[in-house]
Design a protein around this ligand. Structure first.
Ligand code: IMP
Length: 495
């Protein structure tokens, strides 16, 4: 019930604000050919140049913004803005109908006093807009863009909007080409004056309404005062203090209220304890129940984990699986250009060595993998030497494959497997994940995709070598794909 009352009240006050705005705009701004900023400014320029009534342009531009906003923010969020736009369109039309003259022009209600019209119009506009904003309403335009951008980014639109306003107002110089230069400049100056006055008024009214004060109350009757404050629906905190001169315990009440209620608070305290000692201080902002909401986005909860590799394929694969929840960084990303030794006697030891290096010198939680090919007829060779099978420098796939084919000449047992071990160091704990794929070594190279021994290895149950498969097909069954899947599963199971 209370909610319905508040909503209805909001709509009534927004409508009142819109009516004041439409009246100010039609009586003081348009007849004096003043161009303000934002969508209303664009609508005014179109009106001065073509005679198309302002509400038409205003509605068209806002309709486009609103369609985008509804898509991004949803209907509910936009309801008051839709109401604001439609109601203002109607009121602009209505006020023009009320005062329009026979020749179709709008009367200059203040005669030749253009500057006075500018000041009064802008002041009323500022007051009207603060009515709308204070009651959660909006007149569309740039508010819509701000709300959309705000959804994605925590950035301030202020500078962009200011530049737009400057362009809009300045461009009215070119509309009045029948006037001499001085009068065209005058229109621009009036436009900027109106913008400054209305923005200042808006800020002033809103800040006054939002201004809160903090009372600190020192009184022997503190409990009665606290009860009385509570009875008016305000929160009070009692602090324990000590009067240093008397060395006696004193209670101090702290109470935060909107400034406009301060007279009420003074009255209440004076009634209970006319001798109470109290201070009242303006506070910059009060956030929490009954006051403003903290308008900052939560810090990203993404946890940073380093993948000790610079292999773009491996990174892409893991980021695709974990990117939403984890910030996966490569060695390059953390500025690690050092050679990381791999001198272990197993995949497990090598993976651990790499992860430990990062943890020790860079401090990040880290995972590293080590893989290789194990051929049954060669007693598990090349194993941990897979990269350096044919030469010490390593990673010469053509030479490695040639050597493997030579070693396998005449061998009938062609069974082999690829193995990957991932070592994950998180704080003081190390966890391992292993992936394996069994298969066979061919007698000649097939395919030109993949890397390393891919053209010679056909996984069990497949017709093609890894080198003949797409990246996705290989990832789905590969040793690395399986180890990464277990790692991902492990991380997800803890969320
Ligand atoms: P790494 O530990 O992942 O860098 O792998 C060491 C070596 O094993 C590579 O240089 C390749 O020769 C071989 N290797 C590892 N995984 C694969 C794979 O998926 N296909 C082909 N060769 C691989």
């Amino acid at each position: 019930m209370q909610n319905i009352y508040l909503e209805v009240r909001d709509f009534i006050l927004i409508t009142l604000g819109l009516a004041i705005y439409a009246m100010a705009y039609t009586c003081f701004i348009l007849p004096y050919q003043i161009t303000t900023g934002g969508v209303a400014g664009i609508a005014a320029i179109v009106y001065y140049a073509t005679g198309i009534e302002v509400q038409v342009t205003y509605l068209l531009i806002n309709a486009a913004f609103l369609i985008a906003a509804i898509k991004v923010l949803g209907w509910k969020f936009c309801l008051k803005t839709i109401y604001g736009v439609l109601m203002l369109t109607f009121l602009l039309w209505l006020f023009q109908r009320l005062i329009i003259q026979d020749d179709g022009s709008l009367p200059q209600v203040l005669g030749n006093e253009s500057f006075m019209a500018c000041v009064i119009g802008a002041l009323l506009e500022g007051i009207a807009l603060s009515f709308c904003f204070l009651n959660n309403g909006s007149t569309g335009g740039t508010d819509i863009i701000a709300a959309i951008v705000n959804k994605y980014k925590n950035m301030s639109l202020g500078v962009v909007l200011m530049i737009c306003d400057v362009i809009i107002i300045s461009s009215c110089y070119f509309v009045f080409d029948d006037l001499d230069t001085v009068h065209r400049v005058q229109k621009v100056v009036f436009g900027f004056s109106a913008l400054i006055i209305s923005s200042f008024t808006l800020d002033y009214v809103i800040n006054r309404q939002r201004q809160s004060v903090q009372f600190m109350i020192f009184s022997r009757n503190y409990s009665k005062i606290a009860d009385a404050l509570n009875a008016t629906g305000r929160g009070v905190t009692v602090l324990n203090g000590e009067g240093w001169y008397t060395k006696t315990e004193r209670k101090v009440l702290v109470c935060l209220v909107k400034k406009r209620f301060s007279v009420e608070i003074f009255r209440l305290i004076k009634q209970i304890d006319p001798y109470a000692f109290l201070s009242m201080a303006n506070v910059q902002g009060v956030y929490g129940e009954g006051f403003d909401q903290m308008k900052v986005k939560k810090m990203s909860k993404k946890k940073t984990i380093v993948f000790a590799t610079n292999n773009a394929h491996k990174l892409e694969e893991v980021r695709a699986m974990l990117g939403e929840k984890y910030d996966i960084r490569s060695l390059d990303d953390i500025g690690c250009r050092s050679y990381i030794p791999e001198t272990g006697a197993s995949f497990q030891e090598n993976a651990l060595q790499k992860a430990q290096f990062v943890k020790k010198y860079y401090g990040f939680d880290c995972f590293a993998d080590d893989s290789g090919l194990e051929v049954a007829a060669l007693n598990g060779a090349p194993g941990i030497l897979s990269a350096r099978y044919a030469s010490e420098e390593g990673h010469d796939s053509a030479a490695n494959n040639a050597k493997l084919l030579r070693e396998m000449e005449g061998k009938t047992d062609r069974r082999a497997d690829f193995r990957t071990v991932i070592a994950f160091i998180e704080g003081d704990t190390t966890t391992y994940f292993e992936g394996r794929v069994d298969g066979e070594i061919l007698t000649e190279l097939h395919g030109d995709g993949g890397f390393g021994y891919d053209p010679l290895f056909v996984p069990e149950g497949c017709e093609q070598t890894f080198a003949e498969m797409t990246q996705e097909e290989k990832n789905a069954i590969s040793h690395r794909g399986r180890a990464v899947a277990k790692f991902v599963e492990f991380l997800k199971s803890r969320e």
